[in-house]
Design a protein around this ligand. Structure first.
Ligand SMILES: Nc1ncnc2c1ncn2[C@@H]1O[C@H](COP(=O)(O)OP(=O)(O)OP(=O)(O)O)[C@@H](O)[C@H]1O
Length: 582
């Protein structure tokens, strides 16, 4: 499992193999090799220079050490910088791929997962992967090279003493592997809890009005604290697993060092070993200690990165849905219309659309009405291919929409619903969202047609005004008119209106309805509406109940029939002094 993750991370690294990674390898090797030079100089000093009382060679030694140390410092700087470059570039690639995948995530995935958890998880995971690669992997890499050089130097100096010093090192491998698993497990749980925590906070901020009006601050805080405790527990477990190796390393190091001290010391006293030889060996051993401990420490950082990478790869492996046809077709316009034949669809096991058949002829207006939960919005989602039906066919001009490329299908459709989503950008950019190349005169024309121009020019910076997160600076009716202007600019032949005026008061509704009338002109329109007054002029009204069409016809026919529509209509006009239908 983790081998696959390393493999995939290595795959990302391939692009940076030359020159960054290769040079990083070279400089890290140089760094390790230069460390190994120190004990050799010490041995030379004690065994050759000092006994010979040769002053010229004595002054040469510090010069040599200085040169090597300058080389070492430069290697350290360049090695660290290049490794960081590789790590940062890999994480940038990963971020790009994640953004690409998130923009393509299946709607069902988005329905199942909290958006904040997803977003904050991705962000924390990416930063952990970065630390795993840059801090973890690069330190392990550098320390391993240094350790390798020092062990070689030690064996070169004295294989027997080296054997005594290093014989216990392999004992540390099993506990390290064991703690790696624990670090991965607890760190994964901690990341999830942290993401949930972020989600709580964001929800509380977005829903602050509701929290305050219901006086639920204490309740929200207790929910937060519960998750906060989970984060704390996971963090402490991760820390315990991380720290577990340190004492073991110390003990192994101390045992090795003591054994060398006794055996080597005996040799020096017995005269079978020179002091220089022994001191140089002890120096090698001492120098081994830092990289040896460093490997164990960095391994934990690497494991956290591996755990985070595994979560990110799960997102990357989510198949985009719905799938594109193997050789998708394109349509630039609609000449016949849209037809749904015997379409069924379920959210999980919950059948919501049941053998529905419906026609939306070109240039006509068809209305979907009916009680809440009947499946009207789901029908629009199916027409946009946010979901695919489990059976039946939806076609445009006789072509199954699954055979059309997603881009082509969606270029034929504009949707205006009651929850218009606006981006935290300028008014102009929000209007031009469907056509980023739109000129300012096109934007203004669309805004005028959408009855939005007058309020836009009242804004502090007119069309250049930033409208805040999801257009918080605007009223519901203003947001709707921006959405209508956006649809006008897109100029798609199919228009789906889902309760586009339901959230508005009658004065705003009138202004928005006027704009909608302009938008609907010469377009093929599907309107979902609860207020029947808005759909009486439709060419065809379909009453939806239990995911199927239970009645259809124009207003007059349906009223005359005296069925469900007639009941709905009379109830609405009896309950509300809604005035006469348009
Ligand atoms: N993303 C979803 N996941 C699971 N079930 C869903 C989802 N969206 C809607 N549903 C369920 O599907 C059914 C139909 O919902 P839909 O929104 O299509 O009805 P509707 O007729 O548009 O309702 P309304 O008039 O209240 O907007 C409902 O029972 C709803 O709970």
């Amino acid at each position: 499992m983790s081998a696959q993750i390393y493999q995939r991370l290595a795959y990302y690294g391939r692009r940076h193999l030359w020159p960054s990674f290769s040079l990083a390898l070279f400089f890290n090797f140089l760094y390790g090799a230069s460390t190994g030079f120190v004990p050799l100089v010490i041995r030379y000093l004690f065994d050759d220079i000092l006994p010979s009382s040769d002053r010229s060679r004595l002054y040469l030694a510090p010069v040599a050490i200085l040169v090597v140390m300058v080389l070492r410092a430069a290697s350290q700087y360049l090695g660290a910088y290049l490794t960081e470059t590789v790590g940062q570039s890999i994480t940038a690639d990963l971020r790009h791929q994640l953004a690409e995948r998130i923009l393509d995530l299946p709607q069902s995935y988005v329905d199942r997962n909290s958006s904040t958890v997803l977003v904050s998880r991705v962000l924390t995971d990416v930063s952990l992967v970065k630390s795993g690669i840059v801090d973890g992997f690069s330190s392990i890499f550098k320390d391993s090279l240094t350790l390798l050089v020092l062990v070689c130097v030690a064996f070169y100096q004295d294989w027997l003493l080296s054997l005594i010093a290093f014989i216990l090192f392999p004992v540390a491998i099993l506990p390290i592997l064991n703690s790696s698993k624990k670090v991965r497990r607890h760190s994964g749980k901690g990341q999830l809890s942290l993401a949930k925590l972020a989600s709580f906070l964001q929800e509380s901020v977005i829903g602050l009005r509701v929290v305050k009006i219901f006086g639920m601050q204490a309740y929200e805080l207790s929910r937060f604290d519960q998750e906060n405790q989970s984060v704390l527990k996971a963090a402490l477990k991760t820390t315990r697993a991380k720290l577990a190796n340190q004492p073991l390393m110390e003990v192994i190091g101390a045992i090795g060092f003591s054994a060398v001290l006794v055996y080597g010391g005996e040799n020096v006293i017995a005269g079978t070993r020179t002091t220089g030889n022994f001191f140089a060996f002890l120096t090698s051993l001492y120098l081994c200690y830092a990289p040896f401990k460093g490997i164990a420490k960095s391994n934990s950082t690497l494991q956290q990165g591996v755990s985070a990478a595994s979560d990110l790869f799960n997102i990357l492996d989510t198949k985009p849905e719905p799938p594109e046809a193997s050789s998708p077709q394109s349509l630039n316009s609609v000449s016949e219309g849209l037809v749904a034949r015997n379409v069924s669809f379920a959210y999980g096991d919950d059948l919501v659309i049941d053998d529905l058949s419906l026609e939306l002829p070109c240039s006509s207006t068809v209305a979907l009405v009916g009680s809440s939960g009947g499946g009207k919005s789901t029908i629009i989602d199916l027409f946009c291919r946010f979901y695919d039906p489990s059976s039946g066919v939806i076609s445009i001009d006789g072509i199954d929409i699954r055979q059309l490329s997603l881009a082509s299908l969606r270029s034929l459709i504009s949707v205006v619903d009651q929850n218009t989503f606006l981006f935290n950008d300028t008014v102009a950019n929000n209007i031009a969202y469907g056509l980023s190349s739109a000129s300012s005169s096109q934007i203004e024309a669309a805004a005028r047609a959408a009855n939005a121009h007058d309020f836009i020019i009242q804004l502090p910076e007119g069309y250049a005004t930033l409208i805040g997160e999801n257009g918080t600076m605007l009223s519901g009716g203003q947001r709707q008119r921006i959405a209508i202007a956006r649809a006008l600019i897109k100029d798609a032949p199919l228009l789906f209106l889902d309760e586009a005026t339901s959230a508005l008061d009658s004065a705003s509704e009138q202004v928005v309805q006027e704009a909608l009338d302009r938008l609907m002109a010469d377009r093929t329109t599907l309107v979902v509406a609860h207020r029947l007054s808005t759909v009486v002029n439709a060419d065809c009204i379909c009453v939806i109940a239990g995911g199927r069409v239970v009645e259809s016809g124009n207003h007059a026919t349906l009223l005359a029939r005296g069925g469900t529509y007639a009941d709905l209509f009379s109830t609405q006009f009896a309950n509300a002094d809604a005035g006469s239908p348009r």
